[in-house]
Write a protein that binds this ligand. Sequence first.
Ligand code: SF4
Ligand code: SF4
Length: 360
Amino acid sequence: MSEVIPKRKTDIGPPHYEKFLPPIIKENYGKWKSHEIPRPGVLVHTSETGAKLYSVRAGSPRLLSTTKIKIYADLADKYSDGYLRFTSRNNVEFLLSKEQNIDPLIKELEAIGHPVGGMGNALSSIVHTQGWIHCHSAATDASGIVKSVMDALIVNFKSMELPGKLRIALACCLNMCGAVHCSDIAILGVHRRPPKVNYDKLPKICEIPNVVASCPTAAIRPTIVDGKPSLEVQNDLCMYCANCYTVCPAMPLNNPDNDGLAIWVGGKVSNARHEPMFSKLAIPFIPNNPPRWPEVVDAVKNIVEIWADNAQKHERMGEWIERIGWPQFFRLTGIEFQKVHIDDFKHAGLTFKRSVHLTY
Ligand code: SF4
Ligand code: SF4
């Protein structure tokens, strides 16, 4: 008889999610019949067995200390049998099986400064990347801008008065690990100068073929400088993406005078009503202005207010712009249309307008 080989233990990958499901979700798996949002920040799922699951959503600061995680864990122990989860936009969501625990949980969350809301036709937490706190290629900050914007729009997180869902994202460079390509409003850190090669350091710390291969526009070529293998950048091909800096610290492109932000609009992931959409450029450049970034806050607030005043019920930002047309979007928001708004990327064919039908 062949020997039964015990299942191999591995630490590769996360444990199976089923291990962490609250009992009420396990018992009603595949049986959820409907859901509703009876008030901002509270979602009720009803199962065909009659069971109900109450999710209470609160904003989080995204960068979490262990102290804060312990506070969340204590609240979960007290009100939701120890179960909570984080949404992809960094809200914290407590999964309650007892309706009577909703009000005391909300009271405690608000007492420690965590607004409850972010569901339905509202602004959800603003997802953001690392910014100056952590990432090497950041053209701007992340947490500081998001805090400033969120302070100005907090009423839209706590209520459901907006026409549709509003998702804002921030990525501090155009490698955009922050969902900026598919959010209603995207705040995007941009560099505007090519990398500067440090010829002394480069041969000691970088692998030349890797750096050449890292450039998406083939702007980097091998060369010899002072008899040593090195690299040169063809500036007119560079799109300031910082990919080369990621693999080679001897090619920094951070520049305090020329780094800043761009604002993009109209992206979404959902395929409700309209297929998913990519965001498009609205404001090409706003200089960095810490610690409260007033120009960015005003720009985002202006776009939100114009959309809220003019969109139809449930209409997302991109759907609204598509209905009224881009010329009207620029007219209503007062944003200046510039030549950089014209998409001249070599693969831009699909974005060109091909019909004679004009929307004004
Ligand atoms: Fe780093 Fe860019 Fe990601 Fe920001 S968006 S964390 S700068 S890679
Ligand atoms: Fe190439 Fe991007 Fe580096 Fe420019 S910043 S040289 S486009 S990898």
